[in-house]
Design a protein around this ligand. Structure first.
Ligand code: PLP
Length: 393
């Protein structure tokens, strides 16, 4: 008879999920208020969310959209590059961010991972750029802030052709300034596991007023500004369409949840940093476990806490995942390199999947431990004990 992980966990304490989405009581009430209001899709509440989100990030503009994936696609489309132009992207990233490049009519050019940061390095982007690239998606892996300007210079790409995938970057700083505060386009995610969870949703922050207007039209079929008001008593039925667009708008239900969740975000960020520090302290002495990199001066967003299960640990990563699951501890792996996926292998061919050896070597070692603001100190200790116990002796 096999024993399920749930039963095994019963002997060691309650389950510690990899992530648990917290929607605060205030946010639940705010959603109720919108549901009862007679206006549930994008409207005034979304405008208020955009203002408050932009203020939290320190950005001039925020445009709320349906997802970070849509945000990346839209920001790339707005660059107006010739179809098929190359766009640098890490191979160690979420597949959706690379699908967004394809949907923008552009060609992903995969960049190898840096052995230390797990993100891309100036050397890595410079090497990949030799295969031809006009733009770059910079991804702040796990919340470790990257210097987009430095990467753009290394790759020989104009800084205005950088799109930041800040799905992990909310709350990080670079040279003291928040990620997304001073940018052509930074794309955030409000997916259920992210640092500002709404459930689904995304936003683009930008310093460029014209780009913000363009994104507002693009998210709603290319219709002229404030087209969402056409069913509102202050609106008009008349609109014009002057550019292509998507159906990628936000909703006031999301906005109401987001506005309420924003009030907890600074506190949640502090808790994430404290959890990461506690993990560092408890795991520093576990042989064969590599700790995540920390920026020298800047603030890490601590979206993920990724350890490396090195050969010295004795137990391979996949078996560690099983052992932790058996102990009631949920984990994940970020990410399966994009060039390991059949679709992208076919799309990019052998040449497009070459030169990615560091990502290949890192992938079998990567293990993301639970990291969410609801994690207690005893939870962290249990995770670390279970991890240490998984070592081969
Ligand atoms: C979650 C994530 C995305 C996609 O975000 P959605 O809002 O779900 O579209 C993109 N990039 C990275 C690195 C992510 O982790």
């Amino acid at each position: 008879m096999t024993v399920s992980s749930r039963e095994t966990a019963g002997t060691t304490g309650r389950e510690i999920p990899f992530c648990r989405t917290v929607i605060t009581a205030d946010a639940q009430q705010a959603a109720q208020r919108i549901l009862a209001s007679g206006w549930v899709t994008m409207g005034a509440e979304s405008v208020a969310f955009e203002e408050e989100f932009a203020a939290w990030v320190g950005a001039r503009h925020a445009v709320a959209v349906s997802s970070c994936t849509a945000a990346i696609q839209m920001a790339l489309t707005a660059l107006g590059l010739p179809p098929g132009s190359g766009v640098l992207t890490p191979t160690l990233t979420f597949c959706g961010a690379v699908q967004a490049i394809v949907h923008a009519g552009l060609r992903p050019v995969l960049v190898d991972a840096d052995e230390h940061t797990l993100a891309v390095s100036p050397e890595g982007v410079a090497a990949a750029a030799r295969r031809g690239a006009s733009a770059m998606v910079v991804q702040h892996m796990a919340g470790y802030p990257l210097d987009s300007a430095e990467l753009a210079a290394a790759a020989g790409i104009p800084p205005e052709n950088i799109v930041e995938d800040a799905a992990h970057g909310l709350g990080a700083t670079l040279r003291g300034r928040p990620v997304g505060s001073d940018t052509n386009a930074a794309c955030f995610s409000f997916y259920a596991t992210k640092n500002l969870p709404i459930g689904e949703g995304g936003a683009i922050t930008t310093s460029d007023s014209a780009l913000a207007e363009r994104m507002r039209r693009m998210r709603l079929h290319g219709m002229s500004g404030d087209a969402w008001r056409r069913y509102h008593k202050s609106g008009s039925w008349r609109y014009t369409v002057e550019s292509s667009g998507l159906k990628a708008n936000f909703t006031d239900i999301q906005a109401a949840i987001g506005r309420a969740q924003l009030r907890s975000l600074s506190h949640w960020q502090d808790r994430r940093a404290a959890i990461a520090a506690r993990y560092d302290a408890l795991l520093a002495s576990v042989p064969g476990i590599g700790l995540p990199p920390r920026p020298a001066r800047d603030r890490h967003a601590w979206h993920l806490y990724i350890v490396r299960v090195r050969d010295e640990f004795g137990t391979p990563r996949d078996a560690v995942v099983e052992a932790l699951s058996g102990a009631g501890v949920g984990t994940s792996v970020h990410f399966i390199p994009v060039h390991h996926q059949p679709y992208f292998r076919d799309l990019l061919g052998p040449d497009g999947c070459a030169g990615l050896a560091a990502a290949d070597a890192l992938f079998p070692q990567l293990l993301s431990l639970p990291l969410h603001p609801g994690l207690t100190d005893p939870d962290i200790e249990r995770v670390c004990e279970a991890l240490a116990a998984a070592a081969a002796r």
